[in-house]
Design a protein around this ligand. Structure first.
Ligand SMILES: Cc1cc2nc3c(=O)[nH]c(=O)nc-3n(C[C@H](O)[C@H](O)[C@H](O)COP(=O)(O)OP(=O)(O)OC[C@H]3O[C@@H](n4cnc5c(N)ncnc54)[C@H](O)[C@@H]3O)c2cc1C
Length: 405
């Protein structure tokens, strides 16, 4: 008889895990997925494209209803899992009967952070995480509301671009002295800033939000240095917090995320975690690729095979700002590394490659990102690059064709 395997969360990690399990352990498990969003799992990454009007919301579903049905998955969406009884191997669900499991997987993702400042809970203050948020942001833009986006990382830039493209006057404020400081060095961030400003988005750096003004509804943002920005709506895009409450209340070890080992097992037997809610070797990844790599390993492990997750090399690319941006690996260059730089500001191109001990270890690209995946492969594979080093900066085809000649 199939063992009951329950997954909490119907997001990107859960969908990929079911896909991998269906290939690796067909029939071994009776799978149930409990998700609190009221729709089939969708590609959350593409919400930025939906906001920018480049993709329709019904086109982002990861799998059609029939796919889940054909694999015998019991899907409960619009349902919140509220408690894990570790000893009895039972999951409690709000307004539903409890469900027993032999294995449980937590794939609960993250929640956007709201800054802890006065006014953060006023009406008109929002976040950007799910498809309901996108519907609301599109309504704001259609009404030409003045929007302040707080946070100049990937999410904040994509929110600002989408809102501006949909017709809202947008100001983006960022605490640090450069945009995307966790992915870009200073020249790359400067170039990005000037390109985004050309799209009509106002950007304020070194902008520390002191409070949000307004009585019941937000009316503006006041910065610590006294600057004031009027606004009809404020969007927080200033980081995420892994959803760990279920695990924590069940006595499962959590740190920032739910602590897992190299087989994605938590501190409790037969309870696993993956995706944004998990913390592996001290890292909580906020990107989808690590979640997919974890899903592959966990499926193999659940299928009874030997599998181990050793961590991921992460890459980030900005999809919808109208400016190509890519960053991977050691993008600054730690001491002892060499950097190769091409800086053509006039043509909107900046490329930096970081080399360590004859291997590519990091890359930053702004403008021309055509070779991003090739650089990422080189970083991940760790192959020696001595033979292509001189031409590597000019892209794959030139580097490899000269090598062949
Ligand atoms: C707008 C946007 C753009 C992004 N762009 C990129 C990008 O370009 N590249 C990239 O790599 N990543 C990007 N990301 C991040 C990426 O979407 C996440 O890394 C990925 O979705 C993580 O998958 P997950 O399954 O761990 O979490 P999620 O996809 O968030 O899924 C978790 C699910 O669990 C549900 N849940 C939580 N608690 C419970 C509970 N108690 N009971 C039932 N259900 C529960 C949540 O509602 C959610 O549906 C973006 C994210 C956003 C919001």
């Amino acid at each position: 008889m199939s063992e009951p395997l329950v997954i909490v969360g119907n997001g990107m990690a859960a969908a990929r895990l079911v896909d991998e399990l269906a290939k690796a352990a067909l029939g071994r498990y009776a799978i149930a997925v409990i998700g609190d969003e009221p729709r089939l799992a969708y590609n959350r990454v593409l919400l930025s494209s939906v906001l920018a009007g480049e993709t329709a919301t019904h086109d982002i579903e990861l799998k059609p209803a029939a796919w889940w049905r054909d694999r015998g998955v019991t899907l409960k969406y619009g349902c919140v899992a509220t408690e894990i009884d570790v000893g009895r191997r039972e999951l409690k669900i709000a307004h539903e009967e409890s469900i027993v499991f032999s294995r449980l997987v937590l794939a609960t993702g993250s929640t956007p952070l709201r800054l802890n400042v006065p006014g953060a809970d006023l009406a008109g203050v929002h976040t950007f995480r799910d498809s309901r948020d996108v519907d609301m942001l599109l309504t704001l833009a259609a009404r030409k509301k003045r929007v302040v986006v707080v946070g100049g990382g990937l999410l904040g830039l994509e929110a600002a671009y989408g809102l501006a493209k949909a017709g809202a006057p947008v100001t983006l404020i960022h605490l640090m002295d450069r945009l995307m400081e966790r992915q870009l060095d200073a020249p790359a961030a400067d170039l990005l800033k000037s390109q985004v400003e050309r799209k009509g988005i106002r950007i304020l750096l070194n902008a520390n939000t002191a409070r949000l003004r307004g009585e019941r509804r937000v009316e503006g943002v006041e910065l610590a240095d006294g600057r004031r920005i009027d606004a009809d709506a404020v969007i927080f895009a200033a980081g995420i917090r892994p959803n760990v409450t279920l695990a924590k209340e069940a006595g499962i070890a959590v740190n920032r995320g739910i602590v897992v080992d190299d087989t994605l097992q938590t501190g409790a037997p037969d309870i696993f975690a993956l995706g944004e809610c998990a913390e592996h070797r001290g890292i909580c990844y906020g990107l989808v690729e690590p979640a997919y790599e974890q899903a592959r390993v966990l499926a193999r492990h659940l299928a009874g095979g030997a599998a181990s997750y050793g961590g991921s090399v992460v890459a980030t690319n900005l999809k919808v700002s109208g400016v190509g941006v890519f960053s991977a690996g050691d993008f600054i260059g730690v001491p002892g590394t060499e950097t190769i730089v091409l800086n053509d500001i006039r043509h909107g191109t900046y490329k930096k490659l970081v080399v360590s001990e004859g291997r590519l270890t990091g890359a930053v690209l702004v403008g021309d990102v055509g070779d991003a995946l090739w650089y990422l492969e080189l970083i991940r594979d760790g192959q020696p690059i001595a033979r292509i080093r001189n031409r590597m900066m000019f892209g794959r085809s030139l580097a490899l064709s000269s090598e062949a000649a």
